[in-house]
Design a protein around this ligand. Structure first.
Ligand SMILES: Nc1ncnc2c1ncn2[C@@H]1O[C@H](COP(=O)(O)OP(=O)(O)OP(=O)(O)O)[C@@H](O)[C@H]1O
Ligand SMILES: [Mg+2]
Length: 265
């Protein structure tokens, strides 16, 4: 079974793509093979940060013209990338059978490898998208920032996933904070609000400081964890990766749930 992590957020533009790319490299450094699936249709797509230009995307797999192995792009940093591209919206509108066939193909591709991780950069805002991809992953990371709108949207996101999948475990990453104490405090506030109304377990996996280095890394099209591995932020990425691995996987997690292979215990 491939070991998978969905990177989501209630609100757009809070750092999903930045986190997905740097965390993928951090996981790879922890001796995993990593496939990053970019289902984000935003501007700062993963391939921009990774400095590659995928010529194919999931559309060819959906059409049955190509296999996953033929559209995977290798990057200079060891991780592999599959671009959802315009197929992301196709994937959402597909009938379940076809959608699961695509997810199944990804899972089969990953089964060729040991210690493999699938990281999914999930576009914010689209409820269906979030649920489809979050349901297919064993772990879900929700990125929050210290703004009321982020709290409200993240709460709704967790509620939707919980109601549709009965997943109880959510990893929370607080981005763009001044220091780690503020990050932890924001988490506690968010946890108090959430646990009042939802029977879910939130796991704090860390915070990332607001840093110009992050912005520069996007302009330079090079992941910070590569160009500045000893910076505080790179250290935070590595710590967050290991904290995520300590959290329990959701009971129904993994692609086999979506594929209908797995029965509830
Ligand atoms: N810790 C940080 N410090 C400073 N800037 C940050 C940090 N994290 C993210 N950013 C900046 O925030 C912006 C949005 O980041 P990113 O594209 O990763 O977000 P996203 O959630 O993927 O957005 P979208 O919802 O559009 O896909 C980028 O310009 C990025 O440089
Ligand atoms: Mg993005």
């Amino acid at each position: 079974m491939s070991d998978s992590v969905a990177i989501t957020s209630g609100k757009g533009g809070v750092g999903k793509t930045t986190v997905s790319v740097n965390l993928s490299i951090a996981f790879q450094k922890l001796q995993n093979k990593v496939l990053l699936l970019d289902t984000d249709l935003g501007m700062a797509n993963s391939h921009v940060l990774l400095g590659v230009n995928p010529t194919n995307n999931l559309s060819s797999v959906i059409n049955g013209n190509k296999k996953i192995s033929e559209i995977v792009v290798k990057t200079d940093y060891g991780i592999e990338l599959v671009s959802g591209g315009s197929a992301t919206s196709d994937l959402l509108n597909l009938e379940n059978k076809k959608r699961f066939r695509v997810l199944n193909e990804i899972d089969d591709y990953l089964k060729n490898y040991e210690k493999v991780k699938l990281i999914v950069d999930v576009a914010a805002g689209a409820e269906d998208n979030t649920v489809v991809f979050a349901n297919a992953c064993g772990r879900i990371v929700v990125i929050i920032v210290g703004e009321p709108t982020s709290f409200v949207d993240s709460y709704s996101l967790i509620k939707t996933i919980y109601q549709k999948s009965s997943f109880k475990n959510f990893c929370i990453l607080v981005n763009q904070v001044e220091n780690s104490k503020i990050g932890k405090d924001l988490f506690k506030r968010f946890e108090i609000i959430t646990s009042k109304f939802l029977d879910v377990k939130l796991h704090y996996v860390g915070s990332l400081n607001n840093s110009k280095k992050v912005k520069d890394s996007i302009i330079n099209r090079k992941p910070l964890i590569i160009t500045d591995p000893n910076s505080d932020i790179s250290f935070s990425f590595k710590k967050i990766a290991s904290e995520i691995l300590k959290t329990p996987q959701n009971e129904w997690g993994g692609l086999s749930f979506s594929l209908g292979k797995k029965k509830r215990a």
